[in-house]
Design a protein around this ligand. Structure first.
Ligand SMILES: [Zn+2]
Length: 253
């Protein structure tokens, strides 16, 4: 891409922040140019013409000028829409925000990530359509692990490769270990087989093809515990949006 390109692009709004008195910086994941920060002049003025095009949880087609390195610009929203249910529900809002911030930290700016553009688009659509946001969040978390340099072995035992025995998760061995090797890791996580089943399934599921999926509360709790442990111990990130989501869920109990 040249240093400046006038083009139409597909974007999913990741976040916005106020800038100076009247303006806004809005970050989009674009299909064509990856994550880009846009400078929107006058975005906070009353009656701003693109107000609806840059609301939180908006996606669509825009025309603008994409700069390779500096801030980019939007001239107009051509065909935009927003995730109504996510916008209106503070819990869905928190899940969607966390997923978007994960995608944001997982990839560098200005690098096209068409696969994750599609996955994020599907994830938000599913949450907006009422599919369990905890499940969608877990799927994104598991599938993003590789981008953080953590690629747990989930196909079979990390030690012997067997796939036909009971498994547990071992942080020391970086993935599943089979029951023949449980004795090698005293700190294995003692997960039940149902949790292991969903962990493996979620690692390969295509969000674009996912219908509804029902996971019981106990399994969801175990998956949450496991992913919190992996993200804390192996990935080593602690996102504000995740703390906020945790606080929201604590309030709900
Ligand atoms: Zn084994």
């Amino acid at each position: 891409m040249d240093s400046q390109t006038y083009m139409n692009f597909h974007g999913i709004l990741l976040y916005r922040k106020n800038f100076k008195e009247n303006d806004m910086l809005v970050k989009f994941l674009t299909a064509e140019a990856g994550k880009k920060m846009f400078f929107i002049r006058g975005a906070r003025k009353r009656g701003f013409k693109m107000m609806a095009d840059i609301l939180p949880f908006t996606y669509g087609t825009y025309s603008g000028k994409i700069n390779a390195e500096n801030l980019s610009y939007i001239y107009s929203g051509l065909d935009t829409d927003h995730y109504e249910n996510i916008s209106e529900d503070i819990f869905l809002n928190a899940y969607a925000t966390y997923i978007m911030s994960l995608v944001d930290v997982a990839f560098p700016d200005s690098t096209p990530i068409p696969h994750w553009f599609n996955q994020l688009f599907a994830a938000l659509r599913l949450i907006d359509n009422g599919v369990d946001p905890e499940v969608i969040t877990n799927i994104c978390e598991i599938q993003l692990l590789g981008e953080f340099g953590v690629q747990p072995e989930l196909r079979g035992c990390a030690i012997c490769g067997r796939t036909d025995l009971n498994f547990d998760y071992s942080e020391a061995y970086g993935g599943l270990i089979c029951q023949n090797h449980f004795h090698l890791d005293a700190n294995r996580l003692h997960l039940d087989q149902k949790t292991i089943y969903y962990l493996r399934r979620f690692s390969i599921i295509d969000l674009n093809k996912l219908g509804n999926v029902n996971v019981n509360d106990n399994t969801k709790q175990n998956l949450r515990m496991l992913l919190d442990k992996i993200y804390s111990d192996s990935v080593g990130i602690h996102l504000k949006s995740k703390s906020f989501l945790d606080q929201m869920n604590d309030l709900r109990l």
